[in-house]
Write a protein that binds this ligand. Sequence first.
Ligand code: GKR
Ligand code: MG
Length: 426
Amino acid sequence: MSRIAEVRVTPILISDPPLLNLQGVHQPYTPRTIVEVITESGAVGLGETYGDTDYLKLAEAFAPELVGAELVVNTLPADVARCLERVGAERVDNTVQAEGLRGSRTMTKIALSVSSAFEVAIWDALGHELGLPVHALLGGKVRDAVEYSAYLFYRWAEHPEPDEPKDDWGAALDPEGVVAQAKRMSDDYGFSSFKLKGGVFEPKQEVAAARALAEAFPGQPVRLDPNGAWSVATSLEVAAALEDVLEYLEDPTTGTANMAEVARKTSLPLATNMCVTAFDEVPEAFKTDAVQVVLSDHHYWGGLRATQDLAAVCRTFGVGISMHSNTHLGISLAAMTQVAATIPGLRYACDTHRPWQTEDVITQPHTFSGGKIAVPDTPGLGVELDREALAKLHERWQQSDVRRRDDAAAMRRVHPDFTAPKFPRW
Ligand code: GKR
Ligand code: MG
């Protein structure tokens, strides 16, 4: 088997619409890191992860360590963590709280997110070497297509500066705007599950939007996710108001104990990508029945195998599994699709930020049919790097000083007094 001959790490900036959330608004451009693992025989494996400086620096530091290594993923998380101790320990402590929308962000979790990009790239390279799709390497697919949900956001029509990226989706700031967005998602992509990012307006307004969605799409699953913005009492009020409408309520409140309290008093299942984001957070959450659906994410759980492991744990305890997303490009969507194809009992449509990202670094961006992506049987992830696009987006990164996602700072360009809210906002 050929070994790894070269590893490239390329930071890029991708355009992003003005999507609103609890923390503020998406910036016009957001960073991502693209990883290429090239084997001695010339196979190229691709990976993608967060591009904020902490992630990028670690990826750049770790990349040379893989040169000469075999195409195996077993020790990657530990290897990356050791690399972090060497290169990162003096720069950051282990308890960085990023006020994030993905739960607490510790350096250990950053190491896992970086590791995931190398892991995916190695699976991809291995698939090309062996002529097998990644899902086959992971044990085989149990479905031929993966269903995704429409990810609805309150949003502005455009970013504040005239030369910033634009699209033709228009504003969505009330129930009518949300339903119009959902209709376009349904018409153009065939999505038939709908997730609304909440935590933006008063809960009453968001309840009205969820009800409007349910009326516009009778019988189709609707979810609401305020990223932990509400107190237990508010969560229970919203749950009571939407008990007949929602498929699940996602992270209504912050912390396992609060989620458990809400879960005890509502019949609605609670989903999370905030209070269960690593294996050491599982026991408490499952013991207290705080969550009924865990939203996995191969980026922060540490890769595709970790995602399968998580799915097995959830199966064992009778907890549902689906998939969280964050602003991503086609390499990540390919990886999400490959691993989702292998997971038994995936009853809920997975999240994706597509179609909000209109740029990509692959030659043939994914298309949805009936809200689903067909699982490719071609070698590796089934995608090919568009080198010209990668170079262009890297050049944008070089010419810009945006080095991290900061939704609150983006919001301050329009509302100078904005600060990311303290929990609970309502
Ligand atoms: O893109 O604004 C966003 C989302 O709010 C994202 O950051 C979250 O991590 O999609 C995520 C979620 O489900 O919480
Ligand atoms: Mg969420």
